[in-house]
Design a protein around this ligand. Structure first.
Ligand SMILES: Cc1cc2nc3c(=O)[nH]c(=O)nc-3n(C[C@H](O)[C@H](O)[C@H](O)COP(=O)(O)OP(=O)(O)OC[C@H]3O[C@@H](n4cnc5c(N)ncnc54)[C@H](O)[C@@H]3O)c2cc1C
Length: 328
């Protein structure tokens, strides 16, 4: 049983981790250079800047117990952040990964086979197997089972011949999010670790350097509001960085200069209309689809989606008999 998972974010790697730990032969394909997706981090001056999720929450007992082994290994740690403003459900602070947000997904990947910098552009059913292709239409081999663990609009692009699944995924809506990373010349006491705004083009400001082991000083992530991100979607990153920097300086009444380190556009940053079911699974075709957007817009939603799909696939393979589970 050879399983191909497209997408090395929290959902895909949770499914990969579950299947791999039951002896299934899993390979993960990812278009970026590393793991994480919207839990990614960039290296900066010998340290790290988290440009996606700055931190995350674990509300359910299921997610808390899943995380326990990573907490024991100090890959995740509680973060007692100083907070200013009313946090939304997807902004609640419980944990950070150490020394970077992507450390959790890297730990989930462990030694599972991984093909980074590989954009999957087509999946094709041939008799009982799946054939998958990258951008240059290179054939990446035959697979018994495929999981798409990518944002819904990207899943729609791959579900060309799967009309029923595609129709369901097309009902999901996601919104963009621009962020920029700023480095201030020194400490500013009146900016909390996490600040949220409800009537500002800035939605949230997080102090990256306040998190353990980031190895940088006075680095802040400015997250634009959904409306502002949508309005400025196609502008160049440098222009975005300058505008967000100015808004940041004005908002906090700062009259000094600071450096824009980089800006990043998350074209599919957050879910606005979820699927409202944890995953999609076509048992006959052996095709699964998961992602945070199935349930919501949090890391915990991505985990639940990947986890439930992984468990469903395991029981489906067990039901299919020894030939399906020959690698166990
Ligand atoms: C700025 C920002 C702040 C956030 N803050 C929080 C927060 O405070 N708390 C919280 O809980 N959540 C937060 N989130 C949301 C959280 O990051 C997501 O819910 C979660 O990471 C989604 O995981 P996922 O695996 O479903 O998707 P993703 O992380 O998007 O993973 C999908 C992966 O698939 C890859 N991919 C896509 N298409 C292809 C293809 N064709 N071929 C190969 N690879 C492909 C992508 O590169 C990506 O790595 C935030 C998100 C953003 C953008």
């Amino acid at each position: 049983m050879k399983v191909a998972i497209v997408g090395a974010g929290m959902a895909g790697l949770t499914a990969a981790h579950i299947l791999d730990s039951h002896g299934i032969d899993v390979t993960v394909f990812e278009k970026s250079k590393g793991t994480g997706g919207r839990m990614s981090s960039r290296s900066f001056a010998g340290g790290w800047i988290d440009h996606g999720t700055p931190y995350f929450s674990a509300e359910t007992v299921g997610f808390q117990s899943f995380l326990k082994k990573f907490a024991d290994k100090k890959i995740i740690e509680p973060w007692a952040a100083r907070v200013n403003g009313p946090l939304a459900l997807d902004e609640i602070v419980h944990y950070i990964s150490v020394p970077r947000t992507s450390a959790l997904t890297r730990a989930l990947l462990a030694d599972i086979k991984f093909h980074p910098s590989t954009h999957i552009s087509m999946i094709e059913k041939t008799d009982s197997m799946w054939r998958i292709y990258n951008d240059g239409r290179t054939d990446l081999g035959l697979w018994d089972l495929v999981i798409l663990a990518i944002p819904s609009p990207q899943a729609v692009q791959l579900l060309v011949d799967q009309k029923d699944l595609r129709a369901k995924v097309e009902g999901v809506e996601m919104e963009p999010c621009w962020i920029c990373a700023l480095q201030l010349p020194g400490p500013v006491q009146h900016i909390q670790d996490v600040t949220v705004f409800t009537d500002n083009d800035i939605r949230r400001v997080t102090c990256n350097s306040a998190k353990k082991d980031r190895a940088n000083q006075h680095v802040y992530i400015v997250q634009a509001s959904a409306a502002w991100s949508e309005k400025h979607l196609e502008e160049p990153p440098a222009a975005i960085g300058n505008q967000l920097k100015q808004k940041f300086l004005n908002t906090f009444n700062l009259n000094f200069e600071c450096d824009v380190l980089f800006s990043h556009r998350w074209r599919y940053g957050f879910t606005t209309t979820p699927l409202a079911q944890p995953y999609l699974w076509d048992e006959q075709q052996r095709l699964g689809v998961c992602g945070d957007w199935c349930l919501g817009r949090r890391v915990e939603d991505a985990w639940k989606s990947g986890s439930e799909l992984g468990k469903t696939i395991l029981s489906s393979l067990k039901k299919g008999g020894p030939s399906c589970m020959s690698t166990l």
